[in-house]
Design a protein around this ligand. Structure first.
Ligand SMILES: *[C@@H]1O[C@H](CO)[C@@H](O)[C@H](O)[C@H]1NC(C)=O
Ligand SMILES: *[C@@H]1O[C@H](CO)[C@@H](O)[C@H](O)[C@H]1NC(C)=O
Ligand SMILES: *[C@@H]1O[C@H](CO)[C@@H](O)[C@H](O)[C@H]1NC(C)=O
Ligand SMILES: *[C@@H]1O[C@H](CO)[C@@H](O)[C@H](O)[C@H]1NC(C)=O
Ligand SMILES: *[C@@H]1O[C@H](CO)[C@@H](O)[C@H](O)[C@H]1NC(C)=O
Ligand SMILES: *[C@@H]1O[C@H](CO)[C@@H](O)[C@H](O)[C@H]1NC(C)=O
Ligand SMILES: *[C@@H]1O[C@H](CO)[C@@H](O)[C@H](O)[C@H]1NC(C)=O
Ligand SMILES: *[C@@H]1O[C@H](CO)[C@@H](O)[C@H](O)[C@H]1NC(C)=O
Length: 417
């Protein structure tokens, strides 16, 4: 506990408050646990008619002996005492004392209890207008005396509670770590406090191949969760990558990290490339989505073929059963079902017919290992961080547009349907 230091400081600082109505403003520093005397005036050997003390706009003592806090007390000469000072006692104190000679004395004391917050400084992004730079803010509030902050490894420390820095995107790279360091006189050098942010390029994810029936509504979903600072994600269409805006044809909706594009009443004209483009100061990356539109007439053809196949299978089965039935004596006498070679021919013929039709109707597809059946499943290969040059042009896809970003996602295999 330390009484003298606080008192001495106050005496020095409050000495100007004696004459007239002028108010004074002083700063008083004390450590936690100190006993603090805040005098409204000194030197005038009079007892005030009344004294009121306010802290941060609230009355804390006054009218004789009233005190809002048990650690606070108002003495007869108008002095406010604070025992066992704590960090929260820091604040702006304002006193008013009316003296018997009709003078009013106002004094303002900024009380600061030395403190190191248990928390670390806060590193955060400042919302940027564009992606040409990144602005970061480092703040460490509650530290007294005011700490020194610095962004990065070199450069000067600045005496402040809050420091921002603007980094030009040309100087940034993916996974770059930017650190803010705090220095404080009460903090040993080896116990420096700091915070840091790891910058990350965007990586939009979604389904790259979509097939849809004409006349329906389709929602394409693109999620971008990795980027720091958060990327701006847009949907674009066609070779020119025209920006898609919400309207009657297209509806854009944002659900957390997902940006959803709903295309209303799909027509054959909608069959093209769509791009989910995410951009931040670290770079631009796009997810390509190719949309195939099936016309309802092709769906009709499919249905007809389906019915035809079904009829053929049933018909074949009927023939087989009938043949077997008509030769049941031969089979039984021959001693085994599998020896009925003639009916075997019938079975083979049916099998190959069936298969042929099936090949014509749908593309040959590889079965999924786990037996999962979804509409269209895309294997999505995540490019390694070392892949810097985009050498990728898909051979099978119809004329993919140029990729400008460093890495790209690839449409790989059509797996199942
Ligand atoms: C102090 O203020 C009071 C009213 O607020 C006024 O009546 C008085 O004259 C002032 N005295 C001086 C010395 O300014
Ligand atoms: C002091 O007394 C005045 C007048 O009686 C009253 O308006 C004021 O609220 C009182 N202040 C406190 C802190 O009790
Ligand atoms: C204080 O003010 C009152 C009335 O407002 C007056 O009667 C009195 O004389 C004044 N006292 C001094 C010391 O000026
Ligand atoms: C940093 O962020 C804090 C908290 O949001 C804010 O109070 C402060 O003004 C910011 N500092 C700068 C330099 O923008
Ligand atoms: C900190 O941010 C404020 C407002 O956000 C801005 O006016 C100021 O220039 C920034 N300082 C630095 C060093 O970037
Ligand atoms: C970023 O750096 C480039 C080249 O180093 C410069 O042309 C550009 O003006 C800088 N941008 C900002 C916002 O400082
Ligand atoms: C397609 O979306 C439009 C516009 O939101 C809506 O009016 C219509 O009912 C939807 N049609 C279907 C089949 O969901
Ligand atoms: C969908 O588009 C077709 C033409 O492409 C049009 O004939 C039909 O009326 C549209 N349906 C709706 C619900 O808007």
């Amino acid at each position: 506990m330390n009484i003298v230091a606080s008192l001495a400081l106050l005496c020095l600082s409050a000495a100007a408050a004696v004459s007239g109505n002028e108010s004074t403003e002083t700063v008083l520093s004390a450590a936690p646990g100190d006993f603090i005397l805040l005098q409204c005036y000194i030197g005038a050997n009079v007892t005030p008619v009344w004294t009121t003390w306010m802290k941060d706009g609230q009355v804390v003592a006054g009218n004789g002996s009233y005190a809002a806090n048990p650690r606070f007390a108002l003495k007869q000469d108008g002095t406010l005492t604070i025992s066992e000072a704590i960090t929260e006692d820091s604040g702006s104190f304002l006193c008013s004392s009316a003296l018997p000679d009709n003078r009013t004395i106002n004094a303002r004391v900024q009380l600061q209890i030395t403190n190191i917050p248990s928390t670390h400084p806060d590193c955060m992004f400042v919302q940027a207008q564009d992606t040409s730079s990144v602005q970061l803010n480092c703040s460490w509030f509650g530290a007294y005396p005011t700490p020194k902050l610095r962004w990065g490894e070199d450069g000067d420390f600045q005496v402040t509670n809050s420091l921002n820095v603007t980094l030009n995107s040309s100087m940034l790279h993916d996974k770059q770590k930017v650190t803010c360091t705090a220095l404080h006189q009460l903090l040993k050098q080896e116990n420096q406090k700091s915070c840091s942010i790891t910058l990350r390029a965007p990586f939009p994810e979604g389904t790259p191949l979509v097939t849809v029936l004409e006349g329906t509504n389709l929602t394409l979903t693109c999620s971008e969760t990795t980027s720091l600072p958060p990327a701006i994600t847009t949907w674009r269409k066609g070779q020119n990558q025209d920006l898609i805006v919400s309207g009657s044809r297209y509806i854009l909706s944002f659900e957390g990290p997902a940006v959803k594009l709903t295309i209303v009443n799909i027509s054959k004209d909608d069959e093209r490339y769509y791009f989910c483009r995410s951009e931040n100061a670290l770079g631009v990356r796009e997810l390509e989505v190719y949309l195939t539109v099936k016309t309802s007439s092709s769906a009709y053809t499919g249905a007809v073929i389906g019915v035809f196949i079904a009829a053929l299978i049933m018909g074949s089965a009927f023939i087989v059963v009938k043949v077997l039935y008509s030769r049941r004596h031969t089979i039984c006498l021959g001693g085994g079902f599998m020896q009925a070679e003639d009916s075997g021919d019938v079975l083979d013929l049916v099998d190959s017919d069936d298969e042929q039709i099936f090949h014509d109707t749908v593309p040959q597809l590889h079965p999924l290992a786990n037996g999962r059946h979804t509409t269209l499943v895309q294997i999505h290969r995540i490019p390694s961080s070392e892949d810097h040059e985009d050498t990728e042009t898909a051979g099978t896809d119809p004329q993919p547009p140029e990729q400008k970003e460093e890495a790209t996602e690839e449409a790989e295999d059509l797996v199942s349907f």
